[in-house]
Ligand binder design. Structure first.
Ligand code: URA
Length: 463
């Protein structure tokens, strides 16, 4: 892969320079970060007369790294010095990142959030247009103007989502080109380099008009989520004024026909809990057992997602009240997570089992069953609006990401979801129950560590 022309998103290079500066004892007001982008991190390290703090073994808290990687992508020219100042101060104040009253910490959190939003907006509002290549094949080209240096950070998402297409994403900061196998990075582009429209836009507009639900129209919320400046590149946006203008009449027609549109999401958690009882969209629902919806406050900063109710949960109609629930509750308590303030639910709402004699033996849901049940989980998520989500095990992770991932590879770091919420993945507590001795002790320690990281993020997001 060739490099983007600017190292503005090269976090490793910044980190190396920051380490050199720290080791040389260079205080923040002597560190320079304002050279031309090309040699930004290759500046000489100024000599200092001795370190104010012990910087030979720089301390880098996990909480700092998590925030720093996002802040680093911000377009604010002060971001490098802000991060270095935090790093410098962390050497003497290891718990600095927990201090929400600290102006540097607050600023870093704000910048990180703006970057995460920009990443989400690019995923949600970028629109490809088909162009014919000289050899007659088709390529999809999109123009997008990110606010921050997020192009490379989003490359993996677009490769995974549009793996079989040939596409190019053009931005004023650089471009990406995917040919179905390799990703190439290219120079900055201009809006005029991208095509203005194509015949698929009629199809897209038709689709948007058909799924637009006038009864759900909240203009203020829509504008907040889909700011006008993105409209010019979105074919469906041309319809919005007309759809808004006719929304009242369409809503009246729907009411008169007494037919709420298919796929309409419930408005409340109570409605979800009632309607899911009748769900028969997958074979588990046909078991005819009681469905178990989530429980917790209507709005919660943290959502915890398990796999599916077990035998005990299905009988009680409540999530995590059996043996795995006991393990979970103990660990949450130790990590300082206040369960009554969180929303607790499962990726799959019915219990899947095979009857063996008197017992009902747990069976894992298939990927298809998890994907089908995702509709309910998404419904809960839209209403509860958690900023942090903890997925327990691979089924929960699939329910949230829509694809299968390795828990061991993905645990211990945040994954930004399309609405900007942070997803943290860890093992399922029933896995711990299956282990013994040293293996159990080791995994319990790792589980506890994951929960502590989540607890920290919940505190930060709530501040
Ligand atoms: N395991 C889960 O994943 N969820 C429950 O509710 C109980 C056990």
């Amino acid at each position: 892969m060739r490099s983007l022309p600017s190292p503005a998103d090269d976090f490793e290079a910044w980190r190396d320079r920051a380490r050199d500066l720290l080791r040389a004892g260079t205080p923040p007001d002597h560190a320079t970060w304002d050279a031309a982008a090309g040699d930004l991190f290759a500046l000489p390290v100024p000599e200092q007369g001795g370190a104010a703090v012990d910087t030979h073994q720089p301390r880098v808290a996990l909480a700092f790294m998590q925030v720093a990687q996002s802040v680093f992508l911000h377009s604010d020219p002060e971001r490098f010095s802000l991060l270095y100042r935090l790093l410098w101060r962390l050497q003497g104040q290891p718990r600095l990142m927990e201090d929400q009253a600290d102006p540097d910490v607050r600023r870093a959190e704000r910048l990180a959030q703006q970057v995460r939003r920009d990443i989400h907006k690019m995923r949600a509002f970028l629109r490809f247009r088909a162009v014919e290549e000289p050899d007659g094949s088709e390529r999809y080209v999109a123009w997008f103007e990110p606010d921050h240096h997020i192009l490379r950070a989003n490359a993996g998402f677009f490769v995974r989502r549009f793996t079989t297409m040939r596409w190019s994403i053009l931005t004023p900061l650089g471009s990406l080109h995917w040919d179905g196998e390799t990703l190439q990075e290219g120079p900055p582009a201009q809006a005029a380099d991208a095509p203005a429209g194509d015949p698929t836009e009629d199809l897209w507009r038709g689709y948007y008009a058909s799924i637009f639900n006038p009864a759900r129209l909240k203009v203020g919320a829509m504008l907040k989520e889909m700011p006008r400046r993105y409209w010019k590149n979105m074919p469906e946006a041309a319809l919005i004024p007309q759809l808004i203008a006719t929304a009242q009449a369409r809503e009246a027609r729907m009411v008169a026909q007494g037919s709420p549109e298919m796929g309409e999401r419930p408005d409340t958690l109570r409605e979800i809990a009632e309607l899911v009882q009748a769900c028969r969209r997958c074979p588990i629902g046909c078991n005819g057992t009681q469905a178990v919806a989530g429980e917790g406050p209507d709005r919660a900063g943290l959502m915890i997602v398990g796999e599916q109710p077990g035998d005990v949960e299905e009988q009680a109609g409540r999530p995590f009240v059996g043996p795995a629930g006991q393990v979970l509750r103990t660990h949450l308590d130790e990590a300082g997570i206040d369960l009554p303030r969180a929303y607790l639910t499962n990726a799959v709402k019915h219990f899947k089992f095979t009857p063996t004699g008197k017992r009902r033996l747990h069976q894992s849901p298939t990927a298809g069953e998890i994907d089908t049940c995702r509709w309910w989980l998404e419904g809960e998520r839209v209403l509860v609006r958690p900023r942090v989500i903890l997925a327990l095990g691979a089924s929960a992770a699939r329910g949230l990401l829509g694809r299968t991932v390795s828990v061991q590879k993905e645990r211990g770091r945040p994954h930004v979801l399309e609405d900007g919420a942070e997803l943290w993945i860890t093992t399922h507590p029933s896995y711990l129950l299956r282990l013994t001795d040293e293996a159990r002790a080791t995994e319990e320690r790792r589980f506890a560590e994951d929960l502590r990281a989540v607890a920290g993020r919940v505190r930060v997001q709530a501040a």
